[in-house]
Design a protein around this ligand. Structure first.
Ligand SMILES: Nc1ncnc2c1ncn2[C@@H]1O[C@H](COP(=O)(O)OP(=O)(O)OP(=O)(O)O)[C@@H](O)[C@H]1O
Ligand SMILES: [Mg+2]
Length: 271
């Protein structure tokens, strides 16, 4: 039986991912990494969670393995499985096992989407044991000293059916993320989209209006990601109204009244 080997270098983040610190999150994360504390990054969609983790992996010089979780994901998808090919049986590590072996930061995006029987495989890796039993293979993987597990969590989407068990939650340190305050968000939109500062300011003001509608007809406000999208189109020469409609209204809601309200906000600032 042979094994498939991976080169840790392929997971190294080579170029600095642009990240504007909102608070003291870089220092706090650094301290958490120093003691290899598993971390939970909480916050709404498109507020910079993934970008932050990419930036930290780059800063720490550690490989980063990201996994988008979903409800069809099984423990084997994370841990690994036997594969059959013409030469016989091969064991293939899953992304979690690879990360534990090579000492990567393993980022499980939207962990609540995974079923609880999948989520529990991270338990022995996220307490003093720092090990991962590969039951099917009969191997106990001891995590590399550099290994760290990071999960993201969008507090808006949780229901009783979809939440992490306390025994999972209480294995992590947590950090709250939110959309950056005005000046910073303007700087981010300017830098990421290439639009000038005056336009970026208007886009951020529209977003503030929409964020106030969260829970009053909107499930989520307009994210920083969508503001960057709007800016990118405007920078390409698309008319501001069309760009905003395409990126900041259509994806967000199908409710005609809510669309009118958002359109009015766009008109107020960009009309
Ligand atoms: N602090 C920041 N510094 C630099 N860019 C940022 C920052 N916050 C947000 N962004 C911008 O917002 C975009 C979306 O951020 P990101 O993909 O990290 O969101 P997320 O929180 O991971 O969202 P999701 O929960 O949907 O995965 C980034 O591509 C980047 O352009
Ligand atoms: Mg993300």
């Amino acid at each position: 039986m042979s094994e498939i080997k991976v080169d840790p270098k392929q997971y190294i983040v080579k170029d600095e991912p642009y990240y504007e610190a909102v608070n003291d999150e870089i220092e706090l994360y650094q301290s958490a990494y120093d003691v290899r504390m598993p971390m939970m990054i909480k916050g709404p969609t498109g507020c910079g969670k993934s970008r932050f983790v990419e930036h930290m992996a780059w800063k720490l010089g550690k490989p980063l393995i990201s996994v988008a979780c979903n409800e069809d994901m099984t423990a084997s998808d994370l841990v690994g499985r036997f594969l059959l090919d013409k030469d016989g049986t091969k064991w293939q590590d899953g992304p979690l096992t690879t990360a534990a072996r090579i000492g990567a930061i393993c980022y499980l995006d939207e962990i609540v989407e995974a079923r609880q029987d999948t989520t529990v495989v991270i338990h022995p890796l996220t307490d003093h044991r720092r090990e991962l039993p590969l039951d099917k293979k009969g191997e106990l993987v001891k995590a590399h000293p550099d290994f760290q597990l990071v999960i993201s969590y969008n507090p808006g989407y949780q229901s009783l059916m979809k939440d992490l068990k306390q025994s999972t939650k209480q294995r992590f340190g947590g950090m709250d993320f939110d959309y950056p305050e005005t000046e910073l968000e303007v700087a981010i939109v300017t830098k990421e989209s290439g639009v000038d500062q005056a336009i970026a300011e208007k886009l951020v003001q529209i977003a503030h209006r929409a964020r106030n509608l969260k829970g009053h007809g909107l499930d989520e406000g307009i994210s920083t990601r969508l503001l960057v999208y709007a800016g990118q189109l405007i920078a390409k020469g698309v008319a501001a109204e069309a760009a905003c409609s395409m990126t900041m209204i259509t994806p967000l809601t199908d409710d005609p009244d809510m669309r009118d309200t958002l359109n009015a906000a766009v008109q107020t600032f960009l009309g």
